[in-house]
Design a protein around this ligand. Structure first.
Ligand SMILES: [Zn+2]
Length: 425
């Protein structure tokens, strides 16, 4: 069945983009989270795209049907039926987006039998339930251009049952096989973390993110739309907890009932992934090669205290052992990027204060690179910054003998690895 979306039609998302509504299935009341906070702390949920001006030229345009038909997992189909009073329509194009930033275009073809213009949205590597916000742009032979209002829809999955819950902070979709309290837990974690995000980033996300949560113990649904393989090897000490991309405006969460509590997932993985969405919105960071910085910062944005204490402990033990590598030698798939990266932000905000995160990210957002931003903020060379951090962490060999050049890595997703047990230092 569809998740109940009783309020969704009344809601518009960020310029037509991301995320809506009222709690439905989870049973948590929306008003419970409708806190009286200062204006700036109100999540952004409603930034309508301005209506087109000077629309349509000298022609009179009559739009009869504007429909998005999700054909998950094979994408979707946009259709429109439109009449023009003076000239033949020569081109039709859909402009659509899953988040406020990444617009995509699809050219339509005219189907003479039905009288509809039809355009396709590809579905490759696209999770169900992302927003599909779109408008049509039509041109006639006389050169008149007409643009429809933005329509807010979603890449719905009608093949199976999902649950859905929403608050001011987030919209949560989770597979029916997962615990029913998932929505409440995510909503609560996001609500509690709102002030932190605001302080750390200077503003809240300009849209309401979506959490799309899959059953990691039974990854069939996840693998239905994704080209990746999510099966965890038996005995593995890490597994994929979630990922996001710049395009989704949402993140994929992978929950393993066999391995973790709902609370740990909500306060750990979810808040970590939302941290990545803030990074994207902050600009300049998404394509950074400083994995320790990206993942460490996402961990710093999470809030599962025992996991974070453990991360710090692991980093300290690693430092004490003398085996702590230089930061820029820590790779993407290494759990170390999370633990040591988190420890770095712990050191940084202890030394310079909580407000330092925001100031540092504002420098990073200028695109000058992580190391340059740190140098500019601290007034030290990056070598000195790293040495002081290593010393704080307890490394006997705090001063590094040489600095390795930073590799350039382009990546698509940003996985979260959560250990199944405390790794041995
Ligand atoms: Zn991550």
């Amino acid at each position: 069945m569809h998740p109940s979306r009783s309020r969704s039609r009344a809601l518009m998302w960020l310029f037509g983009a991301f995320f809506i509504g009222l709690l439905a299935i989870s049973g948590v009341g929306y008003s419970q989270y409708n806190v009286a906070a200062q204006d700036s702390l109100q999540p952004q949920t409603f930034t309508p795209q301005p209506s087109p001006t000077d629309n349509g030229g000298s022609a009179i345009w009559t739009v009869e049907d504007v429909i998005f038909n999700s054909q998950y997992p094979r994408g979707g189909r946009f259709t429109i039926k439109v009449n023009n009073s003076i000239a033949k329509i020569v081109s039709a194009q859909v402009i659509y987006q899953h988040n406020p930033a990444a617009r995509q275009r699809a050219n339509a073809t005219f189907d003479a039998d039905s009288g509809y213009w039809i355009a396709r949205m590809p579905g490759s590597d696209l999770p169900q339930w992302v927003a599909v916000d779109y408008y049509w742009r039509l041109t006639d032979a006389a050169g008149n251009v007409y643009q429809t209002e933005t329509i807010n829809d979603a890449y719905t999955d009608t093949r199976r049952e999902w649950r859905m819950a929403e608050s001011e902070d987030i919209i949560v979709y989770w597979e029916d096989s997962l615990p029913e309290q998932m929505g409440d837990a995510v909503i609560e974690a996001m609500h509690e973390r709102r002030q932190f995000y605001y302080d750390a980033w200077g503003k809240l996300l300009g849209y309401r993110p979506r959490a799309i949560i899959y059953d990691g113990d039974h990854p069939e649904v996840l693998e239905e739309w994704s080209y990746r393989n999510y099966t965890t090897e038996p005995g593995a000490t890490t597994y994929l907890g979630g990922f996001t991309t710049r395009e989704y405006g949402a993140f994929v969460g992978i929950y393993y009932a066999s391995r973790e509590s709902v609370r740990r997932f909500a306060y750990g993985t979810v808040l970590h992934e939302v941290g990545h969405l803030y990074q994207y919105e902050n600009g300049g960071m998404g394509f950074s090669s400083a994995i320790w910085f990206i993942e460490g910062d996402a961990e710093y944005n999470s809030d599962h205290s025992s996991s974070l204490r453990r991360a710090l402990q692991v980093a300290r033990q690693l430092a004490a052992s003398g085996d702590l590598p230089p930061l820029d030698e820590i790779g993407r798939t290494d759990r170390m990027a999370y633990d040591v990266g988190y420890a770095f932000f712990k050191w940084f905000t202890e030394k310079y204060g909580e407000g330092a995160h925001l100031e540092l990210m504002q420098l990073v957002s200028r695109g000058i690179g992580v190391e340059k931003a740190l140098e500019r903020y601290t007034g030290m060379s990056f070598y000195e910054v790293e040495t002081e951090f290593r010393d704080w962490l307890g490394a006997p060999n705090a001063a590094l003998p040489t600095m390795m050049p930073t590799p350039t890595i382009n990546f698509f997703a940003s996985p979260t690895f959560v250990p199944t047990k405390t790794p041995k230092p």
